[in-house]
Design a protein around this ligand. Structure first.
Ligand SMILES: C[S@@+](CC[C@H](N)C(=O)[O-])C[C@H]1O[C@@H](n2cnc3c(N)ncnc32)[C@H](O)[C@@H]1O
Length: 289
């Protein structure tokens, strides 16, 4: 099915408005290949006819299908590994101090909770890794005065499809082979009769999944001690990145941490964060003058 220059302009503008993703001219194939099956399923003879239907209608299901098709959900367990090592070795001990300090000030457990947010969680590998690391940390060091219910992990994504898989907590053979150490697989996963590997209920209980579009205001989610926003800013333009980072700044606690993806950075966008290097990971803290 032919995608005219006008169709590409209309549909890429639509995608940009809906989810901030910039589809560059050299990536016309993304629109063509990923949307063609939806265009056909909708009984449209051309991308032009489909765009008219999309832009006129209030068909939320159709809007959702386009978002699901256009987002790239590439992820894996312990992706890039070193950010998770840094989280375990450098961030968690600081977080532990924060919990103990808060508990000494706020007797109610709720007030002492440390909140972590995985802001583009895809099929769930990233927040589940964070949850497994927290479990390991608490067990191996036999921590005194902190427990699993001192932690809260929120995981969000715009795509309803990846969220459904994340909530189900089931992963196929290929997914568990990508980055998941055997020790974690043996300890936290069970093979089901359908051939999928199901992650333990206690790990699932630590993570709450929600649908959230980073292009909309999200400060109502409240404060966080650690935000992971990895491998999603690359899809947005500078204006959108700045708006997201500004909101993160107002949400992260003064001693909190921000993790971005390996190819992402705050440089040239904002001076509200300063980088901190630990081994091979660059992470960010608030630049408080
Ligand atoms: C490449 S994946 C990264 C997943 C994970 N953070 C990682 O590093 O492995 C990017 C995710 O961002 C999500 N995404 C794209 N645009 C978004 C938006 N406007 N709001 C929220 N999530 C978005 C996609 O659905 C996708 O699951």
């Amino acid at each position: 099915m032919e995608l005219t220059a006008q169709d590409f302009a209309n549909l890429s503008q639509y995608v940009y408005k809906k989810c901030g993703i910039v589809v560059k001219n050299e990536k016309t194939y993304l629109i063509q290949q990923r949307l063609a099956p939806i265009v056909k399923a909708e009984g449209c003879d051309s991308f032009g006819e489909f765009y008219l239907k999309l832009s006129k209608g209030h068909n939320n299901n159709l809007h959702d299908q386009v978002i699901v098709a256009i987002t790239t959900n590439e992820t894996s367990f312990f992706r890039d590994n070193h950010p998770f090592e840094t989280f375990k070795k450098d961030v968690l001990p600081q977080v532990e101090k924060v919990i103990l300090e808060r508990k000494s000030r706020v007797p109610q457990r709720k007030g002492a909770k440390v909140r972590l947010w995985c802001a583009a969680s895809s099929t769930g590998q990233e927040p589940y890794c964070i949850a497994m690391i927290i479990y390991e940390y608490l067990q191996t060091a036999k921590r005194k005065g902190i427990a699993v219910d001192d932690f809260e992990i929120l995981a969000t994504d715009i795509s309803s499809k990846v969220l459904a898989q994340a909530i189900a907590g089931e992963f196929n053979e290929y997914e568990v082979l990508r980055g998941l150490p055997a020790v974690y697989k043996n300890k936290y996963f069970t093979k089901c009769s359908n051939g999928l590997w199901e992650i333990d209920q206690k790990i699932r209980d630590l993570v709450e999944f929600k649908r959230l579009n980073l292009m909309e205001r999200f400060t109502m989610l409240g404060g966080f001690d650690v935000i992971f926003c990895r491998n999603v800013l690359i899809y947005f333009d500078d204006d959108a990145k700045r708006k997201i980072l500004d909101q993160f700044f107002s949400m992260i606690s003064d001693d909190g941490y921000l993790f971005l993806g390996a190819t992402e950075s705050v440089y040239g966008l904002t001076d509200k964060f300063k980088s901190v290097r630990t081994n091979s990971t660059i992470l960010y803290k608030k630049n408080i003058k």
